[in-house]
Design a protein around this ligand. Structure first.
Ligand SMILES: NC(=O)c1ccc[n+]([C@@H]2O[C@H](COP(=O)([O-])OP(=O)(O)OC[C@H]3O[C@@H](n4cnc5c(N)ncnc54)[C@H](OP(=O)(O)O)[C@@H]3O)[C@@H](O)[C@H]2O)c1
Length: 316
């Protein structure tokens, strides 16, 4: 028994090395993709922004049915009509994910009217774009209820049936701000960090559940109304007359929502657990783990993340 344990310990680094090489090779080669033709996909916040593009992308890549949840009927209706016209069955329901009772009630309605949800995409979120002291208490609570707790309720509503069927996928549209927070969006960053912990815990907890997986997407700034007005790379060295925005206006342009959607659906089909968009965001996480605070502060000043929310307008 002891010899066996010793062998396992010796083999452990080799095994890790093998997994890293295998994952690197697989990321270069075209891998097998999950067929979506039997999938019923529910997207929270599916009426607009990234959610709307996700709905269109799932439909384009062959999902059987798409269901949209949100609070604004006009956007939900328009998106549902567009998807139905393209030939995919699409339904929408008004549901505020922060309201636990409403989530459970609407989940029941979805099961009865449309069927079992096999892919749940937790995408709905809000940002207020204020510092802690400038935010009123209700707004601070609201972002935690929508961005974090909403996922608890939707996942509790749909995961049990996925486990029974031994078939399902839970997706979270998180944010790189969960790992590298900025000032001026303290409630948002906190909610995204706890949502990341939620997904990490869920992903590990589902390791023993055949057929059920998770994907967490961590995108950089994306071109939707959510962070309207935010400007990165505007560090002005006044005394030198240099502005990093003028020097590198295209260094990190915002992502296109359709690209985030397409990469997300690809990741679900490839059963990828975590997706950083763009992949260079891995560097940010690695740098943060060992660089001294003073160096990190300089990076924040240089990249403008330090002051980027000063021009924030958000969804009007
Ligand atoms: N934009 C970015 O720079 C960026 C970057 C990284 C990650 N993300 C993440 O990507 C996801 C989508 O963001 P986005 O840029 O598409 O923002 P968006 O355009 O503001 O869309 C947010 C969506 O969430 C829905 N929503 C908000 N509160 C809701 C609630 N209580 N119940 C149900 N639905 C609700 C909204 O619909 P209603 O208002 O009609 O309810 C809307 O459809 C979010 O999780 C966000 O954190 C965005």
């Amino acid at each position: 028994m002891e010899l066996k344990s010793a062998c396992r310990m010796l083999l452990f680094p080799v095994q890790m090395f093998y997994y890293i090489v295998r994952a690197s090779l697989f990321s270069l080669l075209p891998s097998r993709r999950k067929d979506l033709s039997k999938e019923v996909v529910l997207i929270t916040g599916g009426g607009r922004g990234i959610g709307r593009h996700l709905a269109k992308e799932f439909a384009k890549q062959g999902a059987r049915k798409v269901i949209l949840w949100g609070r604004t009927e006009k956007c939900l209706k328009e998106t549902a009509e567009e998807i139905s016209l393209s030939g995919t069955e699409c339904h929408y329901f008004i549901c505020d994910v922060a309201n636990r009772e409403e989530v459970y009630k609407q989940a029941k309605v979805v099961r009865e009217k449309v069927g079992d949800v096999t892919i749940l995409v937790n995408n709905a979120a809000v940002v207020h774009g204020k510092s802690l002291m400038d935010s009123d208490d209700d707004s601070l609570l609201k972002s935690q209820h929508i961005n974090t707790m909403g996922q608890f309720w939707t996942t509790k509503a749909f995961l049990p049936r996925m486990l029974e069927l031994q078939h399902g996928h839970v997706v979270c549209i998180n944010s790189i701000l969960s790992q590298s927070p900025i000032p001026g969006a303290i409630d948002y960053c906190t909610s995204k960090a706890s949502s990341l912990a939620f997904m990490e815990s869920l992903t590990l907890g589902l390791l023993d559940c055949p057929g059920v997986g998770c994907t967490t997407v961590l995108p950089f700034h994306t071109n939707t109304e959510m962070f309207q007005g935010m400007r990165l790379f505007v560090y002005n060295c006044c005394h030198l007359g240099i502005s990093t925005y003028n020097m590198f206006p295209h260094l990190f342009p915002p992502l296109k929502p359709e690209v985030v959607a397409q990469r997300t659906v690809d990741a679900v089909r490839a059963d990828k657990a975590f997706l950083y968009l763009p992949w260079t965001m891995h560097a940010l996480v690695i740098l943060k783990s060992f660089m001294p605070q003073v160096a990190l502060e300089e990076i924040h000043k240089f990249s403008g993340t330090y002051t980027c929310m000063n021009t924030f307008k958000g969804r009007t």
